[in-house]
Design a protein around this ligand. Structure first.
Ligand SMILES: Cc1cc2nc3c(=O)[nH]c(=O)nc-3n(C[C@H](O)[C@H](O)[C@H](O)COP(=O)(O)O)c2cc1C
Length: 216
């Protein structure tokens, strides 16, 4: 599909309801996207990023089960609030409920992480350098996928049970989880920009007290 760069960047959403769980995403397509992702910036060009592409149905099901258990309290709260008539909860349940329950049926799960080279010591430098050496690539993976008609959702809730996921995939002790991208062909083509807070709520100019004009 053709998308101009601005539309690609502003309408690539976290897709849950519109991922086709019945259609395989070929490995070559995922690897093509990861080749693009590899062009993202990364600290010292050390390429400490690591990706495990999970296509095996049994392993996906096991990860999906971890996700469901790890997310159960949140999912239950959303369901209760939807029943109580809270509109946001009803919307959330409609867009995400099936995905949360059936994540393991999404054709590809890409577990992303970074190899701890001893600098991940909890300092601002260590943390920022480590995770910022994989997360730009994760977003590039999502953008590259979208251009191929493949939707995605980055998730981290399963990491409440990170040790289980580590065990399931035989990840080394140096692997630090950064998130997981669920990938499936899109059942809908066009998406809209999401409503977000005014820029002046989240951007400061020159100093923490510096206000940016809403419309320059
Ligand atoms: C760090 C991070 C963790 C996330 N974890 C989850 C998750 O566990 N489950 C989920 O359904 N969505 C998850 N998301 C997706 C967010 O809910 C989504 O990005 C947000 O609602 C904004 O929607 P949009 O991406 O379509 O603009 C996560 C996103 C990020 C960046």
């Amino acid at each position: 599909m053709t998308l101009d760069p601005h539309e690609l960047l502003s309408t690539t959403r976290s897709v849950r309801r519109h991922l086709d769980r019945t259609r395989d995403v070929p490995l070559e397509v995922v690897l093509d996207c990861l080749r693009v992702a590899q062009q993202a910036p990364n600290g010292a060009d050390a390429e400490t990023w690591r990706f495990v592409v999970v296509r095996d149905p049994g392993r996906r099901a096991a990860i999906g089960d971890c996700y469901r258990r790890a997310n159960a309290d949140f999912a239950a709260t959303v369901a209760e609030r939807a029943v109580a008539g809270e509109a946001w909860a009803a919307r959330k349940l409609a867009s995400s409920g099936v995905f949360w329950e059936h994540l393991g049926e999404v054709p590809v799960l890409v577990v992303a992480g970074v190899e701890d080279q001893g600098e991940l010591d909890g300092s601002p430098y260590g943390l920022a350098s480590a995770y910022a050496s994989v997360l730009p690539a994760v977003w590039s993976l999502q953008l590259a996928a979208r251009l191929r008609g493949v939707g995605s959702c980055l998730v981290t809730s399963h990491l409440r049970l990170a040790d289980e996921v580590t065990g399931l995939l035989g990840l080394p002790s140096t692997f630090r989880h950064a998130g997981m991208v669920a990938l499936g062909y899109l059942t809908k083509e066009r998406f809209r920009p999401a409503p977000r807070r005014p820029l002046s709520d989240i951007v400061r100019l020159d100093h923490w007290e510096g206000v940016v004009p809403e419309q320059p």
